[in-house]
Design a protein around this ligand. Structure first.
Ligand code: HEM
Length: 159
């Protein structure tokens, strides 16, 4: 079974059919996706800025890192669930779309970077190095890239 056949099979499943015939379902799932990504970006921004020494300085870095990375993982779970439902609803838009895979690749990299920064922040307490600040900035660029790719999927022909 190739990706096209898989996509056709997926859109014929009862769950996909149900989402397709329920008018509010796709906008509803997209709203959950968008609220979650707004919150994940806000959390990532606070964490990265704190690593760079800007803002929320009254809270020790390791406590702040624990709090905000926990939020990031829970929100990513919501994004995964809502994103999966969007794929099931209209698989032809994503499964054969290279932009979708670029988004997933950036997501895998940003997860790895966030795990690393989180471990560093918990271990090193207060003084992140230039490399840590640089990687915090890279992570913000990756989140922006993921949001751009998420939106851009709709404008690129699936293969
Ligand atoms: C965790 C796994 C994720 C999956 C499986 C997923 C999947 C999807 C799917 C299928 C769409 C609909 C694309 C379309 O048909 O046009 C979408 C839209 C989008 N996604 Fe995700 N996504 C995930 C995570 C994320 C993350 C982490 C972000 C950003 C931080 C993000 C940002 C967006 C944006 C901005 C849109 C466009 C929303 C719209 O136009 O209504 N996604 N995603």
């Amino acid at each position: 079974m190739d990706l096209h056949q898989f996509s056709e099979w997926l859109s014929s499943t009862p769950l996909s059919q149900l989402i397709q015939v329920t008018t509010w379902a796709i906008p509803g799932i997209q709203t959950i996706h968008i609220i979650s990504l707004a919150l994940v970006f806000a959390s990532a921004l606070v964490f990265s800025l704190r690593i760079a020494g800007h803002g929320l300085a009254s809270e020790p870095l390791h406590l702040l890192a624990a709090r905000f990375t926990r939020a990031i993982w829970w929100l990513l779970l919501l994004l995964l669930l809502s994103g999966t439902l969007l794929i099931v609803a209209e698989p032809g838009r994503t499964i054969t779309n290279p932009v979708f895979y670029a988004k997933m690749l950036m997501l895998a990299v940003v997860i790895a970077v966030t795990l690393w920064l989180s471990a560093v922040a918990r271990r090193q307490f207060e003084r992140p190095s230039g490399l840590h600040v640089f990687m915090a900035a890279v992570s913000i660029l990756l989140w922006i890239g993921i949001m751009f790719a998420g939106r851009f999927i709709a404008y690129v022909e699936s293969n």
